[in-house]
Design a protein around this ligand. Structure first.
Ligand code: NAD
Length: 492
C-alpha cells in the first residue's frame, strides 16, 4: 500500500477536500513511493484564512518577540533531533544523495537559531524630528501572510531561509512545496507544533503550480511572496501579484561561471569544479556549469578533470558511498538529452559522458558530462540545464575571462581560482553576480546574503537584513505640545 502524507491546514493534518492525491516518485528507482494531497482552491483559501486569523488574534499575535525567538530555537533543536528522518525523506523524494541531504539537514538548524536570535532585535527608530513638540518614531510590524514557494532541489534548506525570518518577524506562513519535493517539508511540518508555534501560523498546501501556486499567489490576503524556482514560474508569479500587490522576492536559476587562472592551486580548483557541477547531480541553482580555464594550463587541467569525472561513483541516493545520484524527475532526463544531443551540431564536442550509465540500471541516472564549447551559440553553454553538464572553454587573460564570464543573462554566482590576492579583489568587483566565491565554491551561511541579478532574480535571502523583508514600517506621530494649532488648513 502506497504511503499517504496529508497536508497541514489550520493545525490539522488533512487530505485535500476532494480526496485527490498526487503520486510522488522515488528518483533512485523511478517508482511511486508515496502520495501527497492535490489541494483544491478551497483548501488554499482555508490555509490563507487560517494564517490571517493567527496573525490578527490568538496566541501568536500576542507572543513577545523573545518568545517567538525561543520557539525558533526550539524548532532548530527539533530539526537536529529528527535529522536522520528528515534527510531520508528528502533523499527518497528528490533523489538527492543521503550524504548531501544529511549535510544540508545538519545545517538547517543554524538558520532557525540565527533568526531566533534576531527575533527580539527587530527595532524601529526614534526620528530626529524637525518640528518642535512633535515626536516621530517607527515600528517594524509583521508584513502579513507570507506565501513561501519552494522548489524540489533542496526543499528544507530553501524553506528555512524563508520561514525562519518570516516567523522571527511575527508573520504567519502558507508553504507551497514542489510536487516533486513535498514529503520532506511535510515531515518537517510535524515539528512546528512541538516547537510551540500555535495552530494556523504555519500551513502547508501541496499540489501543482496550477491551481495551488496560482491561487495562493493571487490571494487577496497574501502580503508577501517568497519564491525560489525557475524564471518562467517567476514571471507568472509577478503577474499574479498584480492581483494583491504582494511584495515579491525571487531566487531563480543560474549559469554560473568558474574561472581557473594558471596561478591557482589546481588541486583545490579541481575539487571545486567537480563539486560545483556534479554535486547534487548539477541540480543546484549555483551549479558552476560554465568553466573557463586559462589557455596555458587548459589541456592538462581538462585531462585531469575528465579523469576525475570518470571516477565519480554513481549509485543509489540512499547509499552513503554514492558520489552522484539520479536526476529528480523524468522531464529532467529529456532536458539533458536535448542539450547534450544538440551540442555537436552547434559546434561543440562531448569530452566525456553524454549518455545513460550501464549501472545503476534503474532510476533516472545520467553520466556526469563535460562538453567542449569553444564556438559561440552552443545552447548547452548558455541555458540553465539543471543537470550534471559542464561546458568548458579557454580564456587568454583576466579581461577575456571577465568578458566571457559576464556574457549571460543570469547573474547568481561565480567562482574564481587564483593565488593572487589583488586579482581576487579585481575579479570580485568585475564579475556581474550576486555571489563571488574565491578559492571555494557553494559555501553558504545564515549570516551571508544569497541571491542574484537579472534572470537569476533580485531577492537576497539569509543575513540579518533579510528579516526586514518580512516587516512593514509603521510611522507614528505624537504632538506633545500644548499649543492649539491656529490655522487648521495649513499643513503642519
Ligand atoms: P519551478 O519554477 O518549476 O517550481 C518552483 C515552485 O513553484 C514549485 O513549488 C512549483 O510547484 C511552484 N509553481 C509552479 N507554477 C506556479 C505558479 N503558477 N504559481 C505559483 N507557484 C508555482 O522550479 P523547480 O523546477 O521546482 O526548481 C528548479 C529551478 O529553481 C531552477 O531554475 C533553479 O535554478 C531554481 N532554484 C533557484 C535557487 C536560488 O536560490 N536562486 C535555489 C534552488 C533552485
Amino acid at each position: 500500500m502506497t504511503l499517504q502524507f496529508p497536508m497541514l491546514v489550520d493545525g490539522a493534518w488533512v487530505p485535500s477536500s476532494d480526496d485527490r492525491w498526487i503520486n510522488s516518485h522515488e528518483p533512485g528507482t523511478g517508482e511511486v513511493w508515496a502520495q501527497i494531497p492535490a489541494a483544491t482552491e478551497g483548501d488554499v483559501d482555508r490555509a490563507v484564512m487560517a494564517a490571517h486569523r493567527a496573525m490578527r488574534s490568538g496566541p501568536w499575535s500576542e507572543m513577545t518577540a523573545s518568545a517567538r525567538g525561543e520557539a525558533l530555537v526550539r524548532l532548530s533543536e527539533l530539526v537536529s533531533g529528527h535529522a536522520s528522518v528528515l534527510a531520508e525523506a528528502e533523499t527518497r523524494d528528490t533523489g538527492k544523495l543521503i550524504r548531501e541531504t544529511t549535510g544540508s539537514v545538519d545545517y538547517v538548524p543554524a538558520f532557525y537559531r540565527y533568526y531566533g536570535g534576531l527575533a527580539d532585535k527587530i527595532q524601529g527608530h526614534t526620528l530626529p524630528s524637525d518640528k518642535p513638540g512633535m515626536e516621530i518614531f517607527t515600528y517594524r510590524e509583521p508584513v502579513g501572510v507570507v506565501a513561501a514557494i519552494v522548489p524540489w532541489n533542496s526543499p528544507q534548506m530553501l524553506l528555512a531561509v524563508k520561514l525562519a525570518p518570516a516567523l522571527a518577524a511575527g508573520n504567519a506562513v502558507v508553504i507551497k512545496p514542489s510536487e516533486h519535493g513535498s514529503i520532506p517539508i511535510l515531515e518537517f511540518g510535524k515539528l512546528v507544533e512541538q516547537a510551540g508555534i500555535p495552530r494556523g501560523v504555519v500551513n502547508i498546501v501541496t499540489g501543482r503550480g496550477d491551481p495551488v501556486g496560482n491561487v495562493l499567489t493571487r490571494h487577496r490576503l497574501v502580503s508577501r511572496i517568497a519564491f525560489t524556482g525557475g524564471p518562467d514560474t517567476a514571471r507568472t508569479i509577478v503577474r499574479n501579484s498584480a492581483e494583491n500587490f504582494a511584495s515579491v522576492s525571487l531566487e531563480l536559476g543560474g549559469k554560473s561561471p568558474q574561472i581557473v587562472f594558471a596561478d591557482a592551486n589546481l588541486d583545490s580548483a579541481l575539487n571545486g569544479i567537480v563539486g560545483g557541477i556534479f554535486g547534487a547531480s548539477g541540480q543546484s541553482c549555483v551549479a558552476g556549469s560554465r568553466l573557463y580555464v586559462q589557455r596555458e594550463i587548459y589541456d592538462d587541467f581538462i585531462a585531469r578533470l575528465i579523469d576525475r569525472t570518470e571516477q565519480i561513483r554513481l549509485g543509489s541516493p540512499l547509499d552513503p558511498d554514492s558520489e552522484m545520484g539520479p536526476l529528480a524527475t523524468r522531464e529532467q532526463l529529456g532536458r539533458f538529452d536535448l542539450y547534450v544531443g544538440s551540442t555537436p551540431a552547434e559546434g561543440g564536442r562531448v569530452l566525456t559522458g553524454g549518455g545513460r550509465p550501464v549501472e545503476p540500471a534503474m532510476g533516472w541516472f545520467v553520466e556526469p558530462t563535460i562538453l567542449e564549447t569553444h564556438a559561440k551559440g552552443i545552447r548547452a553553454q548558455e541555458d540553465e540545464i539543471f543537470g550534471p553538464v559542464l561546458a568548458v572553454t579557454t580564456f587568454n587573460d583576466q579581461a577575456d575571462a571577465v568578458e566571457k564570464a559576464n556574457a549571460t543573462q543570469y547573474g547568481l554566482a561565480a567562482g574564481v581560482w587564483t593565488s593572487a590576492v589583488e586579482r581576487a579583489h579585481q575579479m570580485i568587483r568585475a564579475l556581474s553576480a550576486g555571489i563571488v566565491w574565491v578559492n571555494t565554491y557553494r559555501a553558504t551561511s545564515p549570516v551571508a546574503p544569497f541571491g542574484g541579478l537579472r534572470d537569476s532574480g533580485g531577492g537576497r535571502e539569509s543575513g540579518a537584513d533579510a528579516v526586514y523583508d518580512y516587516t512593514s514600517v509603521k510611522t507614528a506621530w505624537i504632538n506633545s505640545s500644548d499649543e492649539v494649532v491656529a490655522d487648521p488648513f495649513k499643513v503642519q
